[in-house]
Structure formats: structure tokens, C-alpha cells
Design a protein around this ligand. Structure first.
Ligand SMILES: C[S@@+](CC[C@H](N)C(=O)[O-])C[C@H]1O[C@@H](n2cnc3c(N)ncnc32)[C@H](O)[C@@H]1O
Length: 309
């Protein structure tokens, strides 16, 4: 498959107008001709810069498909006269990528994703994630006992986790702290795209049961192994190596986890720990044997990484 990545710089003040026409006119017109479109992705550094990708089955079909697009009525009327004058400059990068390595899950032609065998129903998955996020918020507001709260990551964090999995192409993923499976669903959804698998550890039988049910509803149960029990014990019996480990459990054990996690993290793998900065005052437990007292988790993590990776 041939992919063009196009980066655009929009003239100041034209951003929302540009994106509106891009989304409502340009993307459907591309899709109608048979091109795949993914994006637009906005730059975090410059709100006037964004990119999108368009895909062609092969190099031979690229020029005819583009010609068809640019000869169309829409190009002359809307795109050439309105859209392009809003742009200061753009760049195009063309790459060839094996079809199976490209997943257009953010594309506007999600219909195809929905009907592809083995594909997840994205609309249903998003609805379930929204439902679980709402449930977690309401439940935790009512529940006074900390251990019975869901304590889910925010939707933004969930999405960020999924981006990390996809960006690093992590296949073997370990999560410590499942709760009812909210973050697990985000991880498993991305793992489906990398051909991967998530192993997730949860101490509470009730929460583990909820997670299993939610993963079933998400259509992702086959991507996940929920292991019930105390994480430190289960970790001792896991081989790894894992390419991404998400640590989101009992902070007093964070330092103890390090000793079990790092040997199971593939060199170059990613360890993501939630609430390292936000709840630093709560403490992370005793430092591993041999470390000096008063250890700072971030410092320990960075030292450990430099030793390990
Ligand atoms: C912050 S919640 C996890 C939230 C989940 N990652 C999410 O975003 O949906 C932490 C979970 O870790 C579990 N937990 C705490 N200590 C544990 C331990 N020692 N072993 C296994 N699970 C533990 C708790 O029962 C709780 O469900």
C-alpha cells in the first residue's frame, strides 16, 4: 500500500474554517474515489499545522486516483478556490507500507472497519468506553470505601495509553491494576492493532469479574488474560518479556514492583506508571533492598532504566 503523508500549515485565523471544509467536503470526496483517509491529526506544537494520510492500493493506482480527485467538480469549486488559499504551505511524504501493517482505525471510512471480519465495532466500543467512564465517575462519587472505587484513568489517559501501544507497536502488554477493565479495554483495542495481547492483574475478585464482563462486551476478551490475585505474587510467576507495562495499582508497592517489573521489560520497552507525580506525597513504599532511604520514585525509575535498557 502507498501512503502519502501530507503536512499542512494553515494561514492564521483560518484553522477552524479549513478543518470544517476538510472534514465535510474533502474527506468524503477522497473516500468516494476509493482512497483511504486518516486524520486530520493536529500538531501539539503549532495549532495551525496538521497532517493527514491518504492511502492508495499501489503505486500504479496513485496517479489515476489523484487525477480523478483533482478533476472532480468539488476540487475546482470548493477545494481549489476556498480550501487551498487558506494554506501557506504543505509537504508530502510518500512511503510504501505492507497493507497488514496499516490500520485505518481513525479513518473516516469506519464502515469498512465495522464490517471487516474480526474487526471491532468502533462506534459500539466508543459508546461502551463512554458508558464505563460515566459509571466510574458516578460510582466513585458515591462509594466511600477507597478499595471499592473503580479509580479508572481518564478517557484522555486511556486514549494516550492506546496511542503508546500503537506507536511503539507493543504486542506483549502487562497491566498491573485492572479494576473493572476500563484502561484494559483501551490497551486491548490497541493490542488488537499490533497483533498483541494484554495480561492484566487484579486483586479484587469482584472487579476482575466486572473486567471480564466488560471485555466480553467490548469484543476484546480474546486479547486479554485477567489474572486474579496479589500482583507481587503473580508477577513472580510471569516470564515476559513485555514491551509495554502499565502500572496503576497500590502505590505503597510501586518500588517493590520495580524489582519484579524491570527484569520482565524487554530492552527498549516502555514502563508507564500512573500517578507518579500527582500523588507523590502518598509515598511509594520502602526502597528496594540496598537503595538508600528517602528514595524518589522518579529518580529511581530513571536510574533503573539507564541500568536496564
Ligand atoms: C487505580 S485502580 C486501576 C484502574 C484501572 N487501571 C483503570 O484505569 O480502569 C487500581 C487497582 O489495582 C488493584 N490493586 C491494588 N493493589 C493490588 C495488588 N497488590 N495486587 C493486584 N491488584 C491490586 C485495586 O483493586 C484496583 O482495582
Amino acid at each position: 500500500m502507498i501512503i502519502e503523508m501530507r503536512t499542512y500549515k494553515i494561514k492564521p485565523g483560518k484553522r477552524s474554517q479549513f478543518l470544517d471544509i476538510f472534514g465535510s467536503k474533502s474527506v468524503p470526496a477522497h473516500t468516494e474515489i476509493g482512497m483511504k483517509i486518516s486524520g486530520p491529526f493536529l500538531s501539539v506544537e503549532d495549532p495551525d499545522t496538521f497532517f493527514f494520510m491518504r492511502g492508495f492500493p499501489d503505486i500504479a493506482s496513485r496517479e489515476p486516483m489523484k487525477a480523478k480527485f483533482y478533476e472532480g467538480e468539488l476540487w475546482k469549486r470548493e477545494l481549489e478556490n476556498i480550501l487551498m488559499p487558506m494554506i501557506e504551505k504543505y509537504e508530502v511524504v510518500v512511503v510504501e507500507v505492507p497493507e497488514e501493517q496499516v490500520h485505518w482505525s481513525w479513518a473516516h471510512d469506519m464502515h469498512e472497519e465495522r464490517v471487516r471480519p474480526g474487526g471491532v465495532d468502533i462506534a459500539a466500543l466508543r459508546a461502551l468506553l463512554d458508558e464505563l467512564a460515566g459509571f466510574g465517575r458516578q460510582h466513585d462519587a458515591r462509594e466511600t470505601e477507597h478499595s471499592r472505587r473503580m479509580l479508572n484513568v481518564t478517557p484522555e489517559t486511556g486514549q494516550f495509553l492506546a496511542i503508546l501501544v500503537r506507536a511503539t507497536r507493543a504486542a506483549q502488554i502487562l497491566e498491573i491494576g485492572t479494576s473493572n477493565g476500563y484502561s484494559t479495554i483501551w490497551l486491548a483495542w490497541a493490542a488488537r492493532d499490533t497483533g498483541g495481547h494484554v495480561t492484566t492483574l487484579e486483586r479484587s475478585p469482584d472487579k476482575a469479574a466486572m473486567a471480564r464482563a466488560n471485555l466480553q462486551r467490548a469484543g476484546l476478551a480474546d486479547r486479554v488474560t485477567v489474572r486474579e490475585g496479589t500482583a507481587l505474587d503473580i508477577l513472580a510467576g510471569l516470564d515476559g518479556p513485555y514491551e509495554l507495562i502499565f502500572l496503576d495499582a497500590d502505590r505503597p508497592n510501586y518500588l517493590a514492583y520495580l524489582g519484579r517489573i524491570l527484569p520482565r521489560l524487554r530492552p527498549g520497552g516502555l514502563l508507564v506508571a500512573d500517578n507518579v507525580v500527582s500523588h507523590a506525597g502518598d509515598g511509594y513504599g520502602d526502597p528496594p533492598r540496598g537503595e538508600r532511604g528517602g528514595v524518589d520514585l522518579q529518580e529511581t525509575l530513571s536510574t533503573a532504566f539507564h541500568r536496564t535498557v
